[in-house]
Design a protein around this ligand. Structure first.
Ligand code: ASP
Length: 423
């Protein structure tokens, strides 16, 4: 069996087992067997799995981006790539939230919602934009790495890469060390992917035992609106932009990216998925390391289209629930703030909801409204994270193609090759 089929099987079994356990214990406290399973099997294996993924993120980004920026050579080219990538990331996010606001206004998910439940929610404080901006520049690379501060690691790695190209012979031997290390870490990603079927089974079994679908009942319309916009964005917006800019078949891209999507769904974290996204972009989509090593970690950190979609629908939902009207200027403010907020949203579970308070404050909506939607956010988080990383992959491929750094033979060949099969 191919690894991606095994991962899908692990996911489905996890969801089924979780839902069964959730139903068996419906309403009452969970029985001792369920508690034991969740606590000592699902939680332990799931958390070890996430920990091992996260373990690879910092060394992978550092080593791979040093190689990538050293390979890029000229600074002009690097500037051009950075510009294209940022422009596309921001553009796709702005489109995402615009579609979300439009559809939410047609579907009206918040009309007639009782706001009493929101009273108990107290809003967390999001970081200010100024702090986010200053925070990009590291004072101590070791601290940046130990904190897992991605933007700081990106800045430091690019600096090392650029210096390597300018340092003559010393640069050459340093680079060859980094290149070998890069291969070793990529191998670690492959090894880890073989644990994925068991890891995702445990993550999803735990989640669905605890969550079930009961929370969705009152919020079905909100939930479905977010899901609908997510599907439209990945299935229509991305595919159109992609085929327009590359003239390649977008369905092949989506198919090749499938392992990364499965990881994103199971972990709800663009960050933890990053090693897999990077591996997939290089080995299955055919993007050169010099592009992927920059665009993937950057995207996992600042490009959150799925999150922006949730924030757009949530804003309209909360406004309607409280019976408040938003005008055109408020909608524009929502688009601008949510696009910027997505830059400041870390790629870990649940952060999108915290950043939502920034958007709500911007247009004077009650931040307690977040309390209304918190119940279904965990399930939506899984789906929006898939869109978040799909956007990263789409932009990565577009930029690579425009720079002549996409291996189309690999792009079209992969369809039924399983990159992760080991001898
Ligand atoms: N979980 C999302 C991600 O990692 C962020 C969020 O929307 O909370 O991409």
């Amino acid at each position: 069996m191919k690894l991606s089929s095994k991962i899908i099987l692990g996911m489905l079994l996890g969801i089924i087992v979780g839902l069964i356990l959730n139903m068996v214990n419906d309403g009452s406290d969970s029985g001792p067997l369920t508690a034991w399973l969740v606590e000592y099997i699902f939680d332990v294996v799931g958390r070890i799995f996430i920990a091992s993924l996260k373990l690879l993120v910092v060394p992978l980004v550092f080593v791979s981006l040093v190689c990538g920026s050293a390979a890029m050579g000229e600074n002009v080219k690097m500037g051009r790539i950075a510009f294209k990538t940022l422009a596309l990331y921001l553009f796709t996010t702005a489109v995402a939230i615009t579609v979300a606001l439009t559809l939410a206004n047609i579907i009206n998910p918040g009309v007639g919602i009782d706001t009493a439940a929101a009273a108990t929610f107290s809003a967390p404080v999001p970081p200010s934009f100024k702090e986010v901006l200053i925070g990009i520049f590291p004072t101590n690379p070791i601290k940046a790495m130990s904190d897992g501060n991605m933007l700081q690691i990106i800045v430091f790695s690019i600096l090392v890469g650029v210096a390597i190209t300018q340092a003559g012979n010393a640069g050459k031997s340093t680079l060859s060390g980094f290149q070998s290390f890069n291969d070793v870490i990529m191998r670690m990603v492959t090894i880890l992917m073989h644990l994925a079927p068991y890891g995702v089974f445990c993550l999803l079994a735990k989640l669905f035992t605890e969550e079930g679908f009961s929370a969705i009942r009152n919020l079905a319309l909100y939930f479905m609106t977010v899901v609908l916009v997510l599907v439209i964005h990945a299935g229509a917006v991305y595919t159109s932009i992609f085929s327009l800019l590359t003239r390649l078949n977008p369905m092949v891209l989506l198919k090749n990216m499938r392992p990364a999507m499965l990881f994103a769904f199971s972990t709800s974290s663009s960050n933890a998925t990053m090693p897999v996204t990077m591996n997939v972009m290089e080995k299955r989509v055919g993007v050169d390391n010099s592009i992927a090593s920059f665009t993937v970690p950057l995207g996992a950190t600042i490009n959150m289209d799925g999150t922006a979609i949730m924030q757009g629908v949530a804003t309209v939902f909360i406004a309607q629930a409280y019976g408040l009207d938003l005008g055109i200027s408020e909608y524009l403010a929502v688009i601008a703030t949510a696009t910027l907020a997505s830059i400041g949203t870390a790629g870990v579970p649940g952060v999108g909801l915290i950043m939502l308070s920034m958007v709500l404050q911007q247009v004077g909506l009650p931040v307690e409204g977040i309390g209304l939607i918190i119940g279904v956010d965990r399930l939506l988080d899984m789906m929006r994270t898939v869109v978040n990383i799909t956007g990263d992959g789409m932009v990565t491929t577009v930029v690579a193609k425009s720079e002549g750094l996409l291996d189309e033979a690999v792009f079209y060949e992969v369809s039924d090759r399983d990159e992760y099969r080991t001898k």
